[in-house]
Design a protein around this ligand. Structure first.
Ligand SMILES: [Zn+2]
Length: 246
C-alpha cells in the first residue's frame, strides 16, 4: 500500500487559509507548497524582503535578471497560495506567474543534476547530493523564512528522496535506518494493536495508533517511514520523533 505523497502535508496549520478551497485545490496547494520548499532548498528561491524567484530568460523579457525576478510574500504558506491560485506576483506592477511551477521544478532538477554529475560515478553523485541537501537543511539562509518548520521541511525532503528508488538507496547509504526500530513495528496477523484492534495481516503497524505502515521493510522505507493514519504527527509510527537524517 502506498500513501498518496501529498498526504504528508499537514492540514492543521493555522497560518494557511484553507477555505474556501475544494479538495482538488487543496492538492494543488500542497503540491505548490512542496515544490516551493524544495526549490528554496535547492537555491532556486531566495529571501530578500520577499521570496524571490530568479526567472529565466523568455522571449520579450528584460535582459536584466533583476527585471525578470518574481516576488512572493515572505512566507511559504502565503507564497505557495499565490503560486497555486494567482497568476501574478507581488511586484509593483505585478509580473506574470505563468510557468512558475515549471521554472521551480527546473531549478530543483538542474541543481540536482549538477551535483550528481560532478561526481566520479552516479552512485557517489547521489550520495553527495544527499549530503549537500542535509547541509542545506542546516545552513541555508532560507531557514530565515518566517514560517520555516524543521519537522515539516524534513518531511517534504524525506518524501522527495524516498519516492525515487535510486535516491532512496543513496539516502539509506548515507543515513542508514535503524533496522531494529522498524522491526519493532512488525505484527503477525491476529496480534494485538493499539486501540484494542488486532492486525488483519502480517505487516508493520504504528505503535501509537495501529495505523498501517507497510507490508515489508522495503515498503516501510518507500512509504517514508510514515503512519498512514497520522502521517504528519512526528510521534507516529515509532512512539517518538524519528529523523531519517540522523
Ligand atoms: Zn499512527
Amino acid at each position: 500500500m502506498n500513501l498518496p505523497r501529498y498526504q504528508y502535508f499537514t492540514r492543521k496549520r493555522s497560518d494557511i487559509d484553507w477555505t474556501p478551497v475544494r479538495e482538488n485545490e487543496i492538492e494543488e496547494l500542497e503540491r505548490s507548497y512542496r515544490r516551493l520548499v524544495l526549490a528554496a532548498l535547492h537555491g532556486g528561491v531566495r529571501l530578500g524582503g520577499s521570496l524571490i524567484i530568479d526567472w529565466p530568460m523568455e522571449p520579450g523579457a528584460s535582459a536584466k535578471p533583476e527585471e525578470r525576478e518574481r516576488r512572493l510574500p515572505a512566507s511559504f504558506a502565503k507564497a505557495s497560495r499565490m503560486l497555486a491560485f494567482e497568476n501574478r506576483d507581488a511586484s509593483r506592477p505585478p509580473r506574470s506567474l505563468n510557468n512558475a511551477a515549471t521554472h521551480l521544478q527546473t531549478a530543483i532538477d538542474t541543481r540536482q543534476r549538477q551535483i550528481i554529475g560532478s561526481a566520479a560515478d552516479p552512485a557517489e553523485g547521489r550520495r553527495q547530493y544527499i549530503r549537500w541537501l542535509y547541509e542545506q537543511l542546516q545552513t541555508s539562509s532560507i531557514r530565515a523564512v518566517i514560517d520555516w518548520n524543521d519537522q515539516e521541511v524534513q518531511g517534504i525532503l524525506k518524501l522527495w528522496l524516498t519516492e525515487d528508488p535510486q535516491l532512496r538507496q543513496a539516502l539509506l547509504e548515507v543515513f542508514p535506518v535503524d533496522r531494529a526500530l522498524v522491526d519493532g513495528l512488525y505484527k503477525a496477523a491476529g496480534e494485538p494493536l493499539p486501540k484494542s484492534r488486532r492486525a488483519e495481516k502480517d505487516g508493520f503497524y504504528c505503535k501509537v495508533c495501529g495505523g498501517w505502515v507497510g507490508e515489508t521493510y522495503e515498503d516501510v522505507i518507500q512509504n517514508g517511514l510514515l503512519c498512514s493514519f497520522h502521517p504528519e504527527d512526528e510521534t507516529h509510527p515509532f512512539g517518538r520523533p524519528y529523523s531519517i537524517f540522523g
